[in-house]
Design a protein around this ligand. Structure first.
Ligand SMILES: Nc1ncnc2c1ncn2[C@@H]1O[C@H](COP(=O)(O)OP(=O)(O)O)[C@@H](O)[C@H]1O
Ligand SMILES: [Mg+2]
Length: 241
């Protein structure tokens, strides 16, 4: 299916955030954030530290209730709850890794297949997609960090989600590993919401990008539009100063 950004703005399919606001006491973490993640598309959310990226992720996962605004899935109201995400076809990886130390790689991925049909087959397929099938019977503790992150990704993919949420998947990875991750993300059949501060990764894999600064949307567009946007440069230069 091909879809231009203009078309996707008119369809109710997929996840949509409508004017989301989040306050923590006096601190405004998100303010008037609207975003759509249509089926099959990869949407990036970038911004300096403290911009509200993880808060946005937590709103979608149901860890944080929005103070204002609403979410919809296929046009229907959505009140996300963490334990119900899998049933909605939404999977996520956590910042960091979060594997069970006492279980093999394969067993860890099977945990993610709890609701899926043919478990071992699905687990193998997810491991292969993430290029870690050769580690199936190893314990995670002895594996390099980049491999463990891929196993965590396989665990999220095993249930064949329609939407995958990734919070800083490139964190702690080297340049080559980030490039490999980019290829993997590009090849995924599902929609992806990528929260990340590695600009290169976001620019190479996303169809569209939302830029947040102090909780506010400051830009939204294709990677090339974002690259040329002055407000984006200002937000990042401001953070680096
Ligand atoms: N649970 C919380 N309680 C209070 N303040 C929070 C909480 N979570 C995040 N914040 C604050 O909200 C702002 C946005 O944080 P966050 O979403 O983690 O940003 P990012 O992921 O873009 O670095 C920051 O100022 C942060 O300190
Ligand atoms: Mg964060």
């Amino acid at each position: 299916m091909t879809m231009s950004p203009a078309d996707s703005a008119d369809t109710a399919e997929g996840l949509a955030l409508h004017q989301i606001g989040v306050r923590f006491g006096g601190l405004v973490a998100l303010d008037g954030v609207s975003l759509r993640v249509p089926p099959g598309r990869t949407v990036g959310v970038i911004g300096p530290n403290g911009a509200g990226k993880t808060t946005l992720f937590n709103v979608i996962c149901g860890f944080v209730a929005p103070t204002t605004g609403a979410l919809t899935l296929d046009g229907r109201p959505l009140r996300p709850r963490p334990h119900r995400l899998a049933r909605l076809g939404i999977a996520r990886t956590l910042q960091g890794v979060g594997l069970f130390a006492g279980m093999t790689v394969l067993e860890n991925v099977m945990v993610g297949a709890e609701h899926a049909g043919q478990r071992p087959e699905a687990a193998r397929e997810a491991l292969e997609r993430c290029d870690v099938a050769s580690h199936a019977h190893a314990l995670p503790g002895g594996l390099p960090y980049a491999v463990r992150k891929r196993v965590a990704l396989a665990r999220a993919l095993v249930a064949q989600p329609r939407l995958l949420l990734l919070d800083e998947p490139a964190g702690g990875l080297g340049a080559d590993e980030i490039a490999q991750l980019g290829e993997l993300i590009t090849g995924l059949p599902c929609a992806v919401l990528l929260v990340e501060h590695h600009m290169d990764l976001v620019m190479s894999v996303c169809d569209e990008i939302l830029v947040l600064d102090f909780g506010k949307p400051v830009a939204h567009g294709t990677p090339s539009e974002i690259r040329m946007n002055e407000a984006v440069a200002d937000a990042y230069l401001g953070a680096a100063a």
